[in-house]
Ligand binder design. Structure first.
Ligand SMILES: Nc1nc2c(ncn2[C@@H]2O[C@H](COP(=O)(O)OP(=O)(O)OP(=O)(O)O)[C@@H](O)[C@H]2O)c(=O)[nH]1
Ligand SMILES: [Mg+2]
Length: 141
């Protein structure tokens, strides 16, 4: 499995996705600092949302093979600046999360935000129902 860096807003579902990828119980736990289980690097949403933390994301990306930008389908706006992927040296993909609680239009909007951020590939998942998880697992294998 590639070493991946999860980046996205507070509450967009990074840690829950990590738990799902690991087959662990889905237990809410706020991410307070950068955490890695060895393969997945999980980050607090504040590192994206607060400008003075952004540099930490770039530093963490040096240990990753792939940056995964996550956008929650039930959030209408985006915290990713246009072209954000150029901030990272490794390649990036996009993942729309929480598709189980969003309309197709909402999923399309979140996907469009990820494309504006610079990804050329977007996967859609629900960590709760498991939809899209197999495709994501194959992509990061
Ligand atoms: N319905 C639904 N809820 C989800 C999904 N993924 C995560 N959630 C919920 O969204 C909330 C936030 O999820 P987290 O995984 O903690 O979000 P995070 O991106 O790690 O947040 P920070 O650690 O604060 O940056 C939790 O209550 C999760 O249960 C999903 O696929 N579907
Ligand atoms: Mg978290």
């Amino acid at each position: 499995m590639k070493r991946i860096l999860l980046v996205g807003s507070v509450g967009c579902g990074k840690t829950t996705l990590l738990q799902r990828l690991r087959g662990a119980d889905l237990d809410y736990a706020k991410t307070e600092t950068i955490y890695t289980d060895g393969t997945v690097i999980d980050t607090p949403g504040e590192y994206l949302e607060l400008p003075w933390f952004k540099h930490s994301l770039r530093m963490a990306s040096f240990d990753a093979d792939l940056v995964v930008l996550l956008a929650s389908a039930n959030v209408a706006d985006t915290r990713f600046p246009p072209g954000f992927t150029t901030f990272f040296t490794p390649p990036s993909i996009g993942v729309v999360t929480k598709i189980d609680v969003a309309s197709p239009d909402q999923v399309r909007t979140a996907s469009a935000h990820l494309v504006l951020a610079g990804v050329t590939e977007v996967l859609e998942v629900s960590a709760v129902t498991g939809e899209g998880i197999e495709a994501l697992t194959e992509r990061i294998a």
